[in-house]
Ligand binder design. Structure first.
Ligand SMILES: [Ca+2]
Length: 509
């Protein structure tokens, strides 16, 4: 359809302004229609349509599997997250793809295992100069050529924002280079210098202590007494408000509840009064941080309701690794329930995390899913939920499975094993390892000496009874499968260390 003004017709028309207006309107409509049909053809749907859902992905840091009321905590109060679980689906066997920050974040944003990405440790990792093995030459940023969730959704017409922790490299590897229109407070840091304004700004000791430093952006517009979790929520709400008329993707990656343990005084006092002898979760400051996180979720949910867009917004809540239970005389921050150990560990306490997905009118309210799922699943699932196509080459290398059949309760994902690959030392005595979960069984293989452990998680959630010697055939099959997988993803292995001093690993502090 082409607009060709006729000079003779225009000249003879006594109502020239109206005629012009009509023709201009026709032209405009034609252009808009053409634009939408191109957009529709390229991306599979109309980008400005209200029929595609918004995505709010809230990622907590170091939040353990047992930290929420809906997962079993009786010390922490999390009414908003409990309500979210009551309105959506709660996963009992959800895993982070790594026992620590950066690799899991990379896995969520790309749908690929850390082993495939070669982003296998928290950035920059811990140095163990005289350990038996030395780590491979792993990447300390998310490569620009990876097509992130934000890039896939941005190309499909979504407004995109990263609010909070990034921890996947410094300039030029920040969120803006990975499809986010907006980046608030994200940089190379794994933790803020402080949770209170000015967030450690101007305090190098804090920056060094937490391998991170001041949180950018929010420092400038802050005020005394401001709490980081609240401020990030304010920023997230601004983004939601501004984009309420179009599809949006909000990646709200709270720094909470990572160390430094700092919380609002009144909440700390509240939990101090609730400490009872024998409680395994008993840290009032940590509990207060969890409550502030919960309040943030409550504020986001309330704003979605107030704007009338909750019904077309899918909310995902999860954590990047297990709860921090401490080591070396440090009492840590929390307790991961029946799970063994915590953050940094190869056991369930290191990998297993809360996961709640609210997909209004599809995922049954209050449902509980016991099927194992893993953080790489979020990428293909969110593409499926939104209809965004992403990039064909990238998608072909995605490790995750689309779990929408679980959400719809119509079937299981096309995948029957979950893998971990961690060629690093971490919270000692954790040494480099690989692991596989298939069905109820989980096998761990240690790279220093190829020692294996096998657990039946159905009967032994706490991983107390090693079955490797009792069922050698099963253990051998799982070990072989783990090796095949490692090869298939091009996993980098830890190498013999020429500086090995013959003693168990010792970190370089
Ligand atoms: Ca973390």
């Amino acid at each position: 359809m082409t607009f060709r003004p006729s000079a003779a017709r225009l000249a003879s028309n006594r109502d020239l302004p109206r005629q012009l207006l009509h023709q201009i309107t026709t032209l405009t409509l034609t252009i808009v229609t053409l634009g939408l049909s191109i957009s529709s053809e390229k991306y599979g749907f109309c980008a400005t349509s209200r029929s595609v859902p918004n995505i709010v992905l809230i990622l907590a840091d170091d939040l353990g599997w047992w930290d929420l009321g809906c997962y079993g905590s009786v010390f922490h109060e999390t009414p908003h997250l409990d309500r979210l679980a009551g309105q959506g689906m709660r996963f009992t066997d959800a895993y982070a793809a790594c026992n620590c920050c950066s690799p899991t974040r990379a896995s969520i944003l790309t749908g690929k295992y850390p082993a495939r990405l070669h982003v296998t440790d928290w950035i920059p990792g811990t140095n163990f100069p005289t350990a038996k093995l030395r780590p491979p030459a792993w990447l300390q940023h998310l490569p620009p050529e990876e097509v992130t969730l934000a890039e896939a959704l941005q190309a499909a017409g979504y407004a995109t924002a990263a609010v909070g922790k990034w921890h996947l490299g410094r300039e030029p590897f920040l969120p803006q280079s990975q499809g986010f229109d907006v980046n608030v407070a994200g940089n190379h840091s794994g933790a803020p210098g402080s949770y209170f304004w000015p967030y450690g700004h101007g305090d190098p000791a804090r920056a060094n202590r937490y391998h991170g430093g001041p949180v950018p952006d929010v420092y400038a517009g802050g005020r005394p007494g401001e709490y980081l979790t609240d401020r990030l929520t304010d920023e997230a709400l601004k983004f939601i408000e501004a984009n309420r008329e179009r599809p949006f993707f909000l990646y709200l990656a709270h720094y909470a509840v990572h160390t430094p343990l700092e919380a609002k005084k009144e909440l700390i006092e509240k939990y101090k009064a609730r400490v009872r002898p024998g409680q395994r979760q008993n840290n009032p400051t940590y509990a207060a941080m969890v409550e502030s996180l919960d309040q943030s979720v409550g504020r986001v949910l309330a704003r979605l309701e107030a704007l009338g867009i909750a019904g077309r917004t899918i909310v995902v809540f999860t954590s990047d690794n297990g709860g921090y239970v401490g080591y070396g005389g440090n009492s840590g921050a929390t307790w991961n329930g029946p799970l063994r150990l915590g953050k940094g560990s190869c056991y369930e306490g290191g990998h297993r995390v809360p996961l709640v997905i609210r997909w209004p009118s599809v995922a049954p309210a209050g449902s509980v899913c016991r099927e194992p799922v893993v953080s790489v699943d979020l990428y293909p699932t969110i593409l499926a939920l939104t209809g965004a196509r992403g990039d064909a080459k990238h998608n072909a290398a995605v490790d995750g499975a689309d779990i929408t059949p679980l959400l719809r309760q119509t079937g299981k994902p096309a995948r029957d094993a979950i893998y971990w690959h961690y060629p690093h030392y971490n919270v000692l005595p954790q040494t480099p390892y690989g692991a596989i979960r298939q069905g109820d069984y989980k096998l761990i293989e240690y790279d220093e000496d190829q020692r294996i452990e096998l657990y039946n998680l159905k009967d032994d959630l706490g991983e107390t009874t090693d079955l490797a010697g009792k069922t050698p055939q099963l253990a051998g099959a799982l070990r072989a499968r783990l090796a095949t997988w490692r090869q298939s993803v091009g996993a980098q292995m830890a190498q013999p260390n020429p500086n090995y001093d013959g003693h168990p690993a010792d970190r370089d502090l």
